[in-house]
Design a protein around this ligand. Structure first.
Ligand code: COA
Length: 260
């Protein structure tokens, strides 16, 4: 049995590959812990500027490991709670990653696999990939992933898709905001790389701050956040990075942080 998660660093980019291809990268306790530990360490890295999450083999991720989950019938309620809490902690750590997380989805993203897509900032999907919040078909519920999935697709799509467990295609996933680009599978890497290049040509601190800003501002009335948003702009434009970015534009040169 190999490592459940393969992590590779290329320049400023962390590449994270779910590596349980025989079970379509279903996540068991070892993979859940490896993902959480990676998210915590990537969050602490000062020179990481983007991360790409993908799956080895035929599919991105088939969600929770159904064999492991069904075996929990023999565990106590406390043990079951701890197990579910570890999964929740993994999603929370990924969702709190301060750098952009780009999801590369091929084959299938089902159940918790769609939860993983939901905590990505940008998702690129193969046009033949299949999606679904299939939990109710299995007699379970998309519970731990619900905050992240709901934040992406809203109540209306959730009421349809959580309640039916129906599978849907990449075009629909894009329509409801789970996916940002749909391309033939052979163009997945190129499209992911284009997003990563865009990120690497932006100010590293500005990108992190933009991500934090979304978390802080989303769902709140403008009046409630106006002091915060004004302060953020005021501080940013006099920051070293803000000055470098604006001067580079005016001097018709590349900013110092651009990676080509
Ligand atoms: N947990 C554990 N094992 C899983 C799994 C899961 N979520 N999803 C797939 N597997 C296993 C299968 O049991 C099979 O094992 P086997 O080779 O011992 O028979 C192996 O992975 C390959 O699955 P298979 O269905 O033959 O592959 P496929 O490429 O034809 O289809 C999927 C891939 C992902 C579309 C399909 O496996 C599927 O629908 N899985 C269920 C996903 C789901 O509903 N997840 C929600 C969990 S909350």
């Amino acid at each position: 049995m190999g490592q459940p998660l393969i992590i590779r660093r290329e320049g400023h980019v962390e590449h994270v590959v779910l590596n349980r291809p025989d079970v379509r990268n279903a996540f068991n306790p070892a993979l859940i812990e490896a993902l959480r530990v990676w998210a915590v360490s990537a969050a602490a890295s000062t020179d990481a500027r983007a991360a790409v999450l993908s799956g080895a083999g035929k599919a991105f991720c088939a969600g929770g490991d159904l064999a492991a989950m069904s075996a929990t019938v023999d565990a106590s309620r406390d043990e079951n709670l701890e197990d579910a809490a570890r999964m929740a902690a993994m999603f929370e750590a990924l969702d709190h990653l301060p750098i952009p997380l780009v999801g590369r989805v091929h084959g299938a993203a089902l159940g918790g696999g769609l939860g993983l897509a939901s905590v990505c900032d940008i998702v690129v999907a193969a046009d033949d990939a299949v999606f679904g919040f299939t939990e109710v078909k299995l007699g379970i519920v998309p519970s731990v992933i619900s905050p992240y999935a709901l934040a992406k697709i809203g109540r209306s799509a959730a009421r349809e898709l959580f309640l039916t467990g129906a599978r849907f295609d990449a075009a629909r996933a894009r329509e409801i905001g789970l996916v940002h680009a749909v391309v033939p599978e052979e163009r997945l890497d190129e499209t992911v790389n284009r997003y990563v290049s865009e990120i690497l040509s932006a100010g590293p601190g500005a990108v992190r701050q933009a991500k934090a800003l979304i978390r802080r501002v989303a769902g709140r009335p403008a009046g409630e956040v106006s002091v915060f948003t004004a302060e953020t702009l005021a501080d940013r434009r006099v920051s070293r990075e803000g000055q470098e970015g604006m001067r580079a534009f005016l001097e018709k040169r590349q900013a110092s942080w651009v990676v080509r």
